[in-house]
Design a protein around this ligand. Structure first.
Ligand code: FMN
Length: 191
C-alpha cells in the first residue's frame, strides 16, 4: 500500500455568483474529505477563463495547462453541470473539450479514474437527459462513471447559509457521489 491520500478533483459550477451547481460540488468534495481524501476545486470562475477550445492549437494557454495538470494529478474526478436546454452547459463542455490536450498522455483523459456526475436543473426532465449526456462524455474520455449520479432540482433553495443541503435526500446524493469516487480511487492508489 502506498499510504498516499487520494486526490479528488472537482470540475464544475456556473459563472453565476452563488452557483448552486458549484455548491453541490463542494458538498461532494466535503464528503471526500470526511473519508480522508484530499480535494481540489476548479469552479465556475476558473472555468470561465478557459478559451474556447481550438483543435488546431494544442499548445495550452496558462488556464488550459492548469486544468490539464489538475486532471493528470487527480486520482478521481467529480464533474458538476447545470442542465442548460436539456444538456450540459457550454462552460462545462468547453472544459471537457479542453482535455483534448491530454490525448497523447501515457494516461489519456480520465483513464483509470472514477468520475462522478452532479446535475442541477429546474426540472427532472433536464436533470435526467443532462446526467445521461455527461456520463456518455465521461465514457468517451475513458473514465469510469460512478454507479450513482446526483440529480438535484433547483427550483427551490437547495442550500442553507453555510452551504449545507436543506434536504436530507440531496445531502445523501452528493455524499454518495463523493464516496463512490473516493472508494474507487483508494482501490487504485492503495495498489
Ligand atoms: C441558459 C439556461 C438554460 C437552461 N435550461 C434548462 C432546461 O432545459 N431545463 C431545466 O430544467 N433547467 C434549465 N435551466 C435552469 C438551470 O439548469 C438551473 O437553474 C441550474 O440549477 C442553474 O445552476 P446554478 O445555480 O449553478 O447557476 C437553464 C438555465 C439557463 C441559464
Amino acid at each position: 500500500m502506498s499510504g498516499r491520500k487520494p486526490l479528488i478533483l472537482g470540475i464544475g459550477g456556473t459563472i453565476r455568483s452563488g452557483s448552486s451547481t458549484e455548491r453541490a460540488l463542494q458538498c461532494s468534495l466535503r464528503a471526500v474529505e470526511a473519508r480522508g481524501g484530499e480535494t481540489r476545486l476548479l469552479g465556475g470562475e476558473f472555468l470561465a477563463k478557459l478559451p474556447i477550445f481550438n483543435p488546431a492549437n494544442l499548445e495550452p494557454t496558462a488556464e488550459q495547462q492548469i486544468l490539464a495538470d489538475a486532471v493528470r494529478a487527480a486520482d478521481g474526478v467529480i464533474v458538476a453541470s447545470p442542465g442548460y436546454h436539456g444538456s450540459i452547459s457550454g462552460v462545462i463542455k468547453n472544459a471537457l473539450d479542453s482535455l483534448e490536450v491530454l490525448r497523447d498522455d501515457p494516461r489519456p483523459y480520465f483513464t483509470d479514474r472514477a468520475v462522478g456526475s452532479i446535475i442541477t436543473a429546474d426540472g427532472w426532465q433536464a436533470a435526467g437527459t443532462t446526467l445521461t449526456t455527461l456520463r456518455s462524455i465521461i465514457h468517451a474520455l475513458r473514465g469510469w462513471p460512478t454507479p450513482f449520479g446526483a440529480a438535484l432540482n433547483a427550483t427551490s433553495n437547495l442550500f442553507d447559509a453555510e452551504g449545507a443541503c436543506i434536504e436530507a435526500k440531496d445531502a445523501w446524493q452528493l455524499s454518495t457521489v463523493g464516496e463512490q469516487v473516493f472508494d474507487f480511487a483508494q482501490m487504485k492508489v492503495g495498489k
